[in-house]
Design a protein around this ligand. Structure first.
Ligand SMILES: [Zn+2]
Length: 341
């Protein structure tokens, strides 16, 4: 083994055996925003050699304040987050196998995306996807590390099925749409994302090196502005509750009919529309068809069409993110008109 990991191997919790374990494990990062960027950076530097980065979005200027893997060049190049992240990380470790997935994590895709994961790191920004990950990981006994942050407040929890409570034990059901604040409505400062992601990766390192006695217990809540750290002791909650997922094995979020093809991306003034069969689109051909309609730009990852106040970003799998509206009907209308079903 090279000198690269010498300082980490010296650390009592890792050692050379731990380092070898890390290098053999496969990590899936679900979402590459503020949490995901910091997690990915730490994971690759720690010696994770198999990393899959799933993200459905492209980079915007507002991301640069906290999404530490991205820069202005990436925006100019219209790069999806997963691809920009992979390019940066590959410069840190050219040997690592980093797989960018530009796509939506949903009941149709989750099996193919998570089945080879030794652990899943939560970098998502919404509860629908988190409960989906929770159902999949509980069912398949894959550990995952929940993380979330908003403002200066962050939450983190280890979920190691079947040993610990799961996310549904703690949160029971999905908060109704619009009732939870998002980064776009409450704002966020970068340090809290850095702190939460750092804890998520530390917990992942413990799990991957079999240091299970050292795991963080319960739900950790940190307010970095107020300098408050609280631990909510939920370790025994699953003994009290009849959890749908980990007690009754009712994995409702894995049911395909429960997932909507259209999702309003809360607080972002944009709607995502999935193509029913995810068929491959030829973006160059589509660009030719649309060039008279509005301002078009495209690369091999995405095509962007600006029409009036709307901007349609289309991916090769037919998925589209339509910004300029939160209204699903308007977005569906634009999709049908310009992309076609
Ligand atoms: Zn549960």
């Amino acid at each position: 083994m090279s000198d690269r990991y010498a300082r980490q191997i010296l650390f009592h919790g890792i050692g050379s055996l731990g380092q070898r374990l890390l290098m053999d494990k496969s990590v899936v990062l679900a979402g590459c925003g503020a949490l995901g960027c910091t997690s990915a950076n730490l994971l690759i530097r720690s010696g994770i050699k198999h990393l899959k980065i799933i993200d459905r979005d492209y980079i915007e200027e507002t991301n640069l304040q906290r999404q530490v893997l991205f820069d202005e060049e990436d925006i100019k190049k219209n790069l999806p987050k997963a691809v920009a992240a992979q390019r940066k990380l590959q410069k840190i470790d050219s040997d690592a196998r980093i797989e960018p997935v530009i796509g939506d994590l949903n009941p149709s895709t989750i099996e193919s995306l998570l089945s080879d994961a030794d652990i899943v790191i939560d970098g998502t920004d919404n509860f629908e996807t988190r409960f989906l990950i929770n159902d999949y990981c509980v069912k398949n006994e894959i550990p995952w590390i929940y993380g979330a942050c908003i403002g200066a407040l962050g939450l983190v929890m280890d979920i190691v099925p079947p040993k610990t409570p799961c996310l549904r034990c703690v949160l029971e059901d999905m908060p109704p749409f619009g009732t939870t604040e998002t980064c776009d409505t409450a704002g966020i400062i970068a340090p809290i994302a850095s702190i939460i992601a750092s804890i998520q990766v530390t917990e992942a390192l413990k799990i991957l090196t079999n240091n299970l006695d050292e795991l963080s217990k319960g739900l950790l809540k940190i307010d970095v502005w107020r300098n408050e750290i609280k631990r909510l002791h939920v370790e025994n909650i699953s003994k009290k509750l009849d959890c749908a997922a980990c007690k009754q094995q009712r994995y409702e979020f894995l049911a395909k009919d429960k997932y909507s093809m259209e999702t309003s991306l809360c607080g972002r003034n944009a709607v995502q529309i999935l193509h029913p069969d995810g068929s491959r689109l030829d973006l160059a051909k589509l660009a030719g068809r649309l060039e008279k309609i509005g301002n078009i730009s495209f690369n091999s990852f995405l095509l962007r069409l600006k029409v009036g106040k709307y901007e349609l970003t289309v991916f090769p799998d037919g998925r589209s993110i339509i910004s300029g509206t939160n209204d699903i009907l308007i977005a569906k209308g634009l999709y049908a008109k310009y992309i076609g079903m």
